[in-house]
Design a protein around this ligand. Sequence first.
Ligand SMILES: [Fe+2]
Ligand SMILES: [Fe+2]
Length: 314
Amino acid sequence: MSQGSFFKVRINTMVPGKPTTFDLHIKINGQNILYLRAGDRLQPEKIKSLDSKDTGSFFLVKEEDRKAYKQYVHEQMISDDLNVREKALVLRESSMTLVEELFEQPDVHSALDHSKPLIKDFVEFMRAEPEAMGHLISLSGHDFYTYNHSLDVGIYSLGLGEALSYGKKELEELGIAALFHDVGKRHVSLDILCKKGPLNDAEWAQMQKHPQFGLAILNENPTVTDAVKAACFEHHESWAGNGYPQQLSGQEIHPFARIVAITDTYDAMTTQRSYNVPLKPVDAVTTMRDKLAGRYDPEILRAMYSVLFKLKAA
Ligand SMILES: [Fe+2]
Ligand SMILES: [Fe+2]
């Protein structure tokens, strides 16, 4: 059995006591070992003990069971037994492993295909539950896995899109755009991506190419729209015209890219990294408004306040 025919699911997306509809495996000494057969129940104590062992905080599920897992998550999303916050957690956690695939899988295009129904789930949840976005946002930024960044930028961007009265289709497109904004980092070396100190000139030059790398990846996929490509290629442009790679300014920058520019910086400022102290949500937006004045679309930055205000109410 090759590792490639499995995908990861986070342990905390599994409901204790509920029979599974697919086999669960765990990795021990590099081998995928069958842990629980479809139809069996996961004991709560076992979940706890697994979480504390170094098997990782995930199970492995066969690729052919992906649909069954999706259905399992969907059932939790429509269940009366879970409150909005619990649903937000399940949705975010079940998405996290997919976002890892965006960066780890050799085939980025299958990850692109898988992300569409995922974003639909987020938009549906947001529209069905007025408090959904507040809970999703409050769950963001509490850990510092690299991949969380893309998902959290996706979540914040959907919040902004909603605040800007985007319709369902536009929101879905925006969600995909935000999720893939840094896909070009697949071609930046890990040493640079994970470097703890400041980058030297050569490293910085490579890092700054990620919008071009991303555009090249997205151009290979015929289903990717121009707006999604623009968000990827233009998210480091600056409203004042001194960004990269094209030095576009103001309205020349695609609205999706202007949104992602804000949510991208916001996430970086509010997330714990080994070398910085995270800012509080309102402090981050205020810093962007005052100290980084001119970089962001002022109207969208104002909308970010209203997104965060909702977060407080939730
Ligand atoms: Fe970026
Ligand atoms: Fe980013």
